[in-house]
Design a binder for this molecule. Structure first.
Ligand SMILES: Nc1ncnc2c1ncn2[C@@H]1O[C@H](COP(=O)(O)OP(=O)(O)OP(=O)(O)O)[C@@H](O)[C@H]1O
Length: 285
């Protein structure tokens, strides 16, 4: 047990002791297949991780454990100081912000059909529901939803129907929604999927501003693309075939050797003005 576990009734204040995420020997098996092999991974509060790996490496499966959606088949997983299997997962999930662009919000279509505005979509993050529960939203919640939209550079979109928003605008509204309950942990599963270059850069700017305004927030971003790694990233985990190839400080982990092993081809990594870029040596030779 942690000496001072974060107060899950309200957002942690100051820097809580103990890790935000602590996986020890975590394996995930489905019939006939092992999707994750004995993952050991520790994420401290205030760290900003990127999980890199090719298609099918196990990134989404790993995030499903970190987001308290899935139990490990073996090993132990502690999220925000709570051991999966011993706590109410729904209550724990209310302290975790999850953005998964590839999996639309459960009832996004329903929200669209209802003509929900961007502000309403963010408000549903307050109750963790697909549809708005109007009697649960006081003035403070409504103001907070507006402030979050402004933080994500979307203040002008507040009253616009969600269904008419561009993919880039939707991506930022989803992040605002995920931040609505003031989560201790923000998990982003391919948040840049389907975005063009300006939309990607806008979302990156917004994500890179988060550590400044929320010093205790811990983030984990899953991506295939090095160009999408926020400049505020502190740590990286490289995944291949459901196994951790390397995990540690970003500069020590995102290397030519590490990335080449992770993606199974010779790669050269460049780090320029805080951003990462990759060059395929096979393509250029
Ligand atoms: N329920 C399941 N049953 C069987 N296999 C599964 C199941 N869920 C995932 N897989 C397989 O596990 C592997 C890892 O999947 P996962 O979605 O975690 O990978 P990923 O790294 O997120 O991939 P991508 O980048 O393509 O989204 C894949 O080969 C996938 O087909």
């Amino acid at each position: 047990m942690l000496e001072n576990p974060p107060n899950l009734g309200s957002p942690p204040s100051g820097s809580p002791s103990g890790p935000a995420l602590d996986l020890a020997g975590v394996s995930v098996r489905v019939t006939g297949r092992t999707l994750l092999h004995e993952i050991t991974w520790r994420v401290e509060y205030g760290e900003h991780w990127v999980v890199l790996g090719g298609n099918g490496a196990g990134k989404t499966t790993l995030l499903s454990v970190a987001s308290a959606v899935r139990h490990p088949s073996s090993g132990t997983a502690e999220v925000l100081g709570r051991r999966l299997g011993r706590v109410d997962l729904r209550e724990l999930r209310s302290h975790i912000g999850l953005v998964a662009a590839s999996q639309r919000l459960v009832d996004e279509e329903l929200l669209e059909g209802e003509g929900a505005t961007a502000h309403t979509v963010v408000l549903t993050g307050h109750t963790g529901t697909s549809l708005p529960l109007w009697d649960r939203y006081d003035d403070a919640a409504r103001d907070r939803a507006r402030r979050l939209l402004a933080d994500l550079g979307c203040a002008a979109l507040a009253e616009r129907p969600f269904r008419v928003l561009s993919q880039g605008e939707r991506a930022r509204v989803r992040v605002a929604r995920a931040l609505m309950p003031d989560p201790a942990l923000l998990l982003l599963d391919e948040p840049f999927a389907g975005l063009d270059l300006p939309a990607r850069e806008d979302l990156l700017d917004s994500l890179q501003a988060l550590p400044g305004s929320r010093p205790d927030l811990t983030t984990i971003t899953v991506t295939h693309h090095l160009e999408e790694v926020p400049s505020t990233t502190t740590h990286a985990l490289l995944l291949r075939g459901g196994r951790v190839l390397a995990a540690g400080k970003a500069h020590e982990t995102i290397t030519d050797e590490g990335l080449s092993a992770c993606f199974g081809r010779p790669l050269r990594v460049h780090h320029l003005d805080g951003r990462w870029h990759v060059q395929s040596l096979r393509a250029s030779s």
